[in-house]
Design a binder for this molecule. Structure first.
Ligand code: CA
Length: 237
């Protein structure tokens, strides 16, 4: 698949906790992302005519997301519309699609699933020609450069803290096998470390989230009571 750099996505979401990571993730995928937290300005923005995909929360502070959807379609826009909602009922789904939405996702959802739906909706739409075939899709894999202590996922750098990098590097060295919690604590943290091993869990949690947000093919798997394992086939630089 081509890296459709020129697709423009408008996210309408009033919950910052959802909007911030979404904007970041969509941006990393190469989309041009705009974010609004009210419905009325979103209708106006779509009216300009250059939005390819509208990702729309239903519960907004001014007008309901379904009303946004209705107005956008009434205004003649044929942009893709993906509805995000905490209302998981079948009724909402039917109503949402009835007012002109193309797809629907119930919260909470995974970023990977959101990106898959986004790609599917944009695939049907002609991207303005960018001629760029060297996007992240063209360079799959997790790449770790131990010397420079840098990590790339699908061609994009993943910013890691020093400890996150150390954990990942050790897991990568032992990829496919379990690295015990004790060994991680010994090698990544000082042997004189007497703190709680919760630090390890927090670090692994953040590392896992960063890799997931970067669409990394390498996943950190928890082996309960034992340790952690890196799955898939990361490639050493
Ligand atoms: Ca909301």
């Amino acid at each position: 698949m081509l890296y459709e750099m020129s697709h423009r996505v408008l996210l309408v979401e009033d919950d910052e906790g959802i909007a911030v990571p979404l904007v970041r993730t969509l941006g990393r995928e190469g989309y041009t992302v705009e974010h609004l937290d009210h419905g009325v300005p979103a209708v106006d923005r779509v009216g300009v005519g250059d939005i390819d995909l509208l990702i729309l929360d239903l519960g907004l502070p001014d007008i309901d997301g379904l009303e946004v959807c209705r107005r956008v379609r009434a205004g003649g826009s044929d942009c893709g519309i993906l509805i995000l909602t905490a209302r998981g009922g079948e009724l909402d789904r039917v109503v949402g699609l009835d007012v002109g939405a193309d797809d629907y996702m119930a919260k909470p959802f995974g970023l990977a699933e959101l990106l898959a739906r986004t790609r599917a909706l944009l695939r049907r739409r002609p991207a303005a020609p960018s001629g760029d075939e060297a996007g992240p899709e063209a360079e799959p894999g997790l790449r770790i450069d131990v010397q420079s202590r840098r990590v790339w996922s699908r061609g994009r750098e993943v910013p890691l803290t020093s400890k996150e990098f150390d954990v990942l590097a050790l897991l990568c060295e032992e990829r496919g096998t379990v690295v015990t919690r004790e060994r991680l604590m010994d090698e990544v943290w000082d042997t004189n470390w007497y703190g709680s091993t919760k630090t390890l869990d927090v670090t692994v949690g953040r590392l896992r989230q960063k890799l997931e947000e970067a669409g990394s093919p390498g996943a950190v798997v928890t082996v309960r009571g034992v340790g952690f394992r890196l799955e898939d086939d990361p490639v050493d630089a």
